[in-house]
Design a protein around this ligand. Sequence first.
Ligand code: HAM
Length: 418
Amino acid sequence: MTKYQAPKGVSEYFPPRANLFEFVRDQLIAPAKLAGYSLIELPVFEDTELFERGVGESTDVVSKEMYTFEDRGGRSITLRPEGTAGVMRSVIENNLDRGQLPVKLFYVGPFFRAERPQAGRYRQFYQVGIEAIGHNDPEIDAEVIWVADSAFKSLGLTKYELQITTLGDAASRAAHRVELIKFLEKLPLDEETKKRANLNPLRIFDDKRPEVIAMMKDAPILMNYLNTESKDNFDKVKKTLSAMEIEYSINPKMVRGLDYYTGTTFEFVHPMLGAQSGIGGGGRYDGLMNQLGGQDLSGIGFGIGIDRVLLACEAEDTLQNLLPKLDLFIVPIGEMAKDFSVKLLSQLRNAGVRADLAYGDRGLKGGMKAADKSDAKYALVIGDDEIKSGSGQFKLMSSGEFISSTLTPSAIAKAIGI
Ligand code: HAM
């Protein structure tokens, strides 16, 4: 018989690690909700042109990594490689930008890039993202960064670093572009690289080849071409981050992998993840909405790679004490005890106690082994004596200590500290 395997390079989660994935995902969403962002649930495929126009043809994402196919109606469809273009499409199409601004949205789900798979780099991966659309206050830039930063902190991460930079306003970028193009024209670049430079000269800063890195050493840096307005704006972002006690460093050579960025851009990197160290990144995108046929509103957002954040948590070993465990595992001995336990179990769960039962009539030894494997905090054996007396001994699994309690849901919850 053929043994089927998952397609190459996809990330897949099943128990017990899926519990960690779920916990990380929910922690990443929580601060977005606290800050007033609402869920937007979007299709995982869109018209190919949306990404070509939105993300930009100079990017690896569009030129090499999209899963594009023709659907049965002959339309060119692409599995979403990122979230921002789709959010913009939906905001414009559904007039979400005609009400109160900023429009604050979050999303979570799978994304697809046909990259060469390696540790932390997958062809199907997961992101939590947020977008704040409608105002370009520097305080919103800081808020967006705060959401990501506090999510990482809530996961117990301490070793990640935040790098920020600014691409300035249109005038600053235009002034820099002229000088950068002059500089690039003097370099012995190959045809393909020249083509990319024509589409977006900033891309060449992101070239990983040592010879190109060497050539770009003295290239003009955008940070030196900022006009007063752009400088003031960036200063305000930095000041607000400091007021929020968020540590950052400035990386003036940062180039994000997507073409829509303007103004503040940022990346969170984790030094324990090797080559794929980017756990999240984002920035402002002033012209995107207009470019996609909407009004000329500014926006800012981020995408966090859930897969990589999970790897970072595992590298720092932060999840052991954070992950909620089962509160109680019940081991019934005999048919009567099982009937009694099943009823008690449903009452406990109704009262919010995380509880499970040794199914399969396994006896005391097998039942306690199952309790051990379940990683529950407490185990309770129920036999004839317990049913008769209406009380039981709760074994604290970490120490072997026993606590006794009446077998009513409220008494149990109190006894085991819920
Ligand atoms: P991005 O930097 O391309 O930005 O992706 C965001 C995050 O997704 C990365 O930092 C990384 O953690 C994760 N990621 C990207 N590709 C992969 C992969 N192949 N395997 C595993 N994880 C991956 C965006 O996608 C922008 N839409 C973010 C944004 C929103 N900017 C403004 N608003």
